[in-house]
Design a protein around this ligand. Structure first.
Ligand SMILES: Cc1cc2nc3c(=O)[nH]c(=O)nc-3n(C[C@H](O)[C@H](O)[C@H](O)COP(=O)(O)O)c2cc1C
Length: 145
């Protein structure tokens, strides 16, 4: 299950950088980088994707996903089953859908003699005000589904 320290950090930051792995029905794997994730509990994780993305299409096809989360002293692979809980966030100008994962398994990828010292570094570029506005609209939608 998702550790409390990770849940607390995700909630504190609002957006959280992570890697999402999905597969289509032929078993072809797809990886992408996202930041719109919201932990509802230690077993339930919501996240938002551009509706036309390959990841969103794969999830509609197979309903299976894996997240890779990096945070101080943690490298966690979280596997689970996924369903769409909101087809489109009305407040956002382009199509964004909200998905929910039931976490079935969490694997700790740490290795003796090494650790993770932070989260994946990322920054918004361009119009910061608009990006924050977009992030807030998506976060609010993920919280209130
Ligand atoms: C900093 C950053 C944050 C991103 N966050 C998200 C996100 O939360 N949801 C999303 O659908 N795409 C996000 N993207 C874009 C995805 O990485 C990806 O390019 C796009 O959604 C296409 O997804 P696909 O690979 O599944 O087709 C983000 C990209 C960057 C650089």
């Amino acid at each position: 299950m998702l550790p409390t320290e990770l849940i607390d950090l995700m909630n504190k930051l609002g957006v959280f950088p992570c890697v999402l792995g999905t597969t289509d029905k032929e078993g072809s794997i797809h990886m992408t980088f996202i930041t719109w994730v919201y932990p509802v509990s230690e077993k339930i994780l919501r996240f938002a994707l551009s509706s036309g993305s390959k990841s969103a299409k794969n999830l509609q096809e197979t309903g299976k996903a894996c997240f890779m989360f990096f945070s101080p002293e943690k490298a966690l692979a979280c596997y689970g089953s996924v369903q769409m809980v909101l087809e489109r966030i009305e407040e956002v100008k382009f199509p964004v859908s909200v998905f929910e994962m039931r976490v079935d398994r969490v694997e700790n990828n740490l290795f003796p003699g090494a650790t993770i010292t932070g989260i994946i570094p990322f920054a918004h570029t361009g119009d910061l005000e608009k990006m924050v506005e977009l992030d807030n609209a998506v976060i609010e939608a993920m919280r209130s589904v």
